[in-house]
Design a protein around this ligand. Structure first.
Ligand SMILES: [Zn+2]
Length: 280
């Protein structure tokens, strides 16, 4: 049975797609429903960092014959971290492989129908093939495929560290930032602590606000800009009191900070994400 998606592909693209699913899967993944997949971690193929790197960086694209650049991996990793990979499920494919299927949000356009992205990997984690509907069937190593690979990798790590391998695949996304400061656990009025050394709140005339030079402010701004949200409620809480400040995106700070962050990511974080010298 063929999906509407497959029927709409043009000649060469359709032949390529048919060949891929006949050889590796035995059915068209786009005909399946969410309930056709297993959502437990134990059923995921053992994709590790090296498999993701092999596929994303070293795999030659069928269509462009060009290697996927490292910055694509960075974009893919961001998609995953932002919580844009959803409904991750797996199902048996041919030759002992597993098909992993997920829905991935478009970048920035959160209102649109998510993309449908799938990969096929051997049980040992080697990625055999992949597909995404983001570009009319042409895409086999886009950032969405990368994001799904990072999500599987995270699931595999979770099942290795947690005793319960029947745990569902889920990654939570924060909608607000909440802090419960240990040093202010007993305070009856958090506002009166504003200006204390190391505390995140400062006085601003008659008002109290989050210190614009505090690490929490950078955390809030990063989350605001990455997910494209209009505001973030910053909450400081203890059992006696609560402080809430609505924080808006700060474009000037972001323009200033982003080149530094890119530099740091390129030279420190990305080599570790791909190579795992320290966190294996
Ligand atoms: Zn894609």
């Amino acid at each position: 049975m063929e999906s509407e998606y497959t029927k709409a592909l043009d000649g060469p693209t359709r032949r390529r797609y048919d060949k891929k699913i006949t050889k590796h899967i035995g059915y068209d993944p786009y005909t399946l429903k969410k309930s056709d997949f297993s959502h437990v971690l134990a059923d995921l193929p053992g994709v590790e960092a090296i498999d993701t790197t092999n596929y994303l960086v070293l795999q030659t694209s069928y269509y462009t014959a060009s290697q996927m650049k490292a910055y694509k991996s960075l974009e893919a990793y961001n998609y995953f971290v932002c919580g844009w990979v959803n409904d991750l499920g797996s199902k048996a494919a041919l030759n002992g492989c597993r098909l992993v299927f997920a829905r991935v949000n478009h970048s920035q356009r959160s209102g649109e129908t998510p993309l449908k992205t799938w990969i096929v990997a051997k049980q040992n984690g080697e990625v055999v093939t992949a597909h995404c509907d983001c570009m009319a069937g042409l895409s086999e190593s886009c950032s969405h495929v990368g994001a799904v690979l990072f999500a599987i990798e995270a699931g595999v790590k979770m099942r290795e560290t947690e005793s319960c391998t029947m745990e569902k695949c889920k990654w939570l996304m924060q909608s607000h930032v909440k802090k419960c400061p240990h040093s202010k656990q007993e305070e009856a009025n958090l506002r009166l602590c504003a200006g204390d050394q190391g505390f995140c709140l400062i006085n601003d005339g008659d008002d109290v606000k989050l210190d614009r030079s505090h690490a929490y402010y950078y955390q809030v701004q990063a989350q605001l800009h990455i997910v494209g949200a209009d505001y973030c409620d910053f909450v400081v809480w203890n059992t006696n009191d609560i402080f809430v400040e609505r924080i808006l995106p700060d474009a000037e700070l972001w323009d200033n900070v982003i080149p530094k962050v890119q530099e740091f990511f390129r030279h420190c974080v990305l080599p570790e994400v791909l190579g795992q010298q320290l966190t294996k």
